[in-house]
Write a protein that binds this ligand. Sequence first.
Ligand code: S3P
Length: 457
Amino acid sequence: MSAKPKLTMNQDQKNIMSSSSLFSSKSSELSGEIIIPGDKSISHRCIILSSLAIGESKITGLLNSSDVNCTINSMKSLGSYIDLNSNYECIINGIGIGSLKQPEKPLDFGNSGTAARLILGLVSTHPIKTNFIGDVSLSQRPMRRVTDPLINFGANFKLSNSDFLPIEVKGAEYPIPITHEMRIASAQVKSAIMLAGLNTPGITTIIEKEKTRDHTETLFKYYGYEINLEKKGGKNYISFEGQKVLNPVNISIPGDPSSAAYPVVAGLICKNSKIKIKNVLSNPTRDGIYKCLDDMGASIIYSNKKNEAGEITYDMEVSSSTLNPIDVPANRAPSMIDDYPILAVAASMASGTSIFRGLSELKVKESDRLLGIYNFLSKNGINTTIEDNNLIIEGNTDGPKGGALIETNLDHRIAMSSIILGMVSYEPIKVDDTETINTSFPDFIKLMKKLGAKLSA
Ligand code: S3P
C-alpha cells in the first residue's frame, strides 16, 4: 500500500468541530422505545439500482444522512431523476442500465467510502470522464483495492499518490466482463465489481472466500435481475449477465443494525434499563455484533419478525445485563466490521479480559479505528493493548474513570462509541465533534436523550 497523503483540517473545519462538541455523563434507568433509521448500505444501493431501473421506484425509510446524500447528488449528476419529500420518501425515475450521462463537475463523496467505491464501479463501464473527490478522511482511504479489478473491465484511473482520492476516472467505452477472485473481504469491492458488470456484455463472476454483506445480491433479485449464487469448494460464486433490465420497485428500507448497536449496548451497560428498539435488520452477514453480545450473556429478546426488501427485521427488547468477557475470532470480522468500537465499550464493562482478533481492516476505515478504539478506552482509564492486529481490553463492571476529551477525527463510530462510554463513566467524557455523526445516524443524540442519556453541550 502507498503512503497516505498527510492532509490536515483547515481552520473552518476545526471551528465547526468545536461548535459541535458534547459532554456525555453517567446515565441510568434508560427506558422507552425508538425506531432505528434505515440501513446505510441498503440506502446507497437502492438509490443506485433505482436510478438504473426503467421506470419509477418509491423508497420509504431511506437513511437521511450526509453519506447517503453524497450518493443522491452523484446519481443526479450522472442523470438520474430523484425527488425527496418531507417524510424522506424518495421517488426515483430510473434511466436504465447504460444511460449515465457525463457529469459537469467532479463527483464529491464527502466522508462516504461506500458511495465513492460503489460509484467508481458504476462509472467504470460507461464512456465517462470525471473526477472523484472527498473530505480529508476519505482522501486518506485506499482506493486501489477497487480500481485494480475495475481496470480489467477496460477503465482507466489516475489516483493521487497511487492509491487515493482525488481520482481521475475514464470509464470503458466497450467494457469486457471479468472473473475476479476477492483478495480482501470487502462488500464495497464486491459491489463495485457487480455494478460495473451491469453495463458489461457477457458474464461477470466474483469469487468470495469469506462472505461479506450480501445486500447487493439480495437487491439484484428484488429488482428482478437474474443472478446466480453458488457455493463450490467452500467459496461463494456470484455471477450474472450484464446489460439486462432492472425493474422499478416499491421498497421499505430496514433499520440499520450497526446504528442499533449503540442504544443496544447503552441499554445493556447502564443500570436498571429496559428499552425497545424497533425495525432492526437481521442478516447473517451483518449480525456478528449480536452474536458477540449473545455470547457475553446480554439480555436481548427478539420479536415481531417481518420481511422487508428481501431482508428480515425484528424489534429488540434490551435489559441491563452483567456481561462476560469475549474472545472474538478473526473470521467474525466481515459480519461486524463497523461494530468493533461499540463492542469495545461493552467489553470495557465485562467481568474480565476480552480479545478481538484480526482487526487489520479497521486501520483503513473513516479513521485508523484500531488506534481510535485504543485511544478512547485508554484515555478514559481502561487497560487496553494492541498486539499485532488484536485488541485486548481489561473490563471492569464498575465502569471506567472517564474524564477525557476524545478527538473523533471525522469518524462517526468513534464519536458515538465514546458518547456511550461516557454514560457509564465516573467523570463525563467530552467528544470534540458530533457533526460527524450525521454521516450515518443524524438522530442519534435526540434518540439517546429520549431514552434518558445525559448528554449536554
Ligand atoms: C459497506 C461495507 C463495509 C463497511 C461499510 C459499508 C458496504 O466496508 O465497513 O461501512 O455498504 O458495502 P468494506 O467493504 O470496506 O469492508
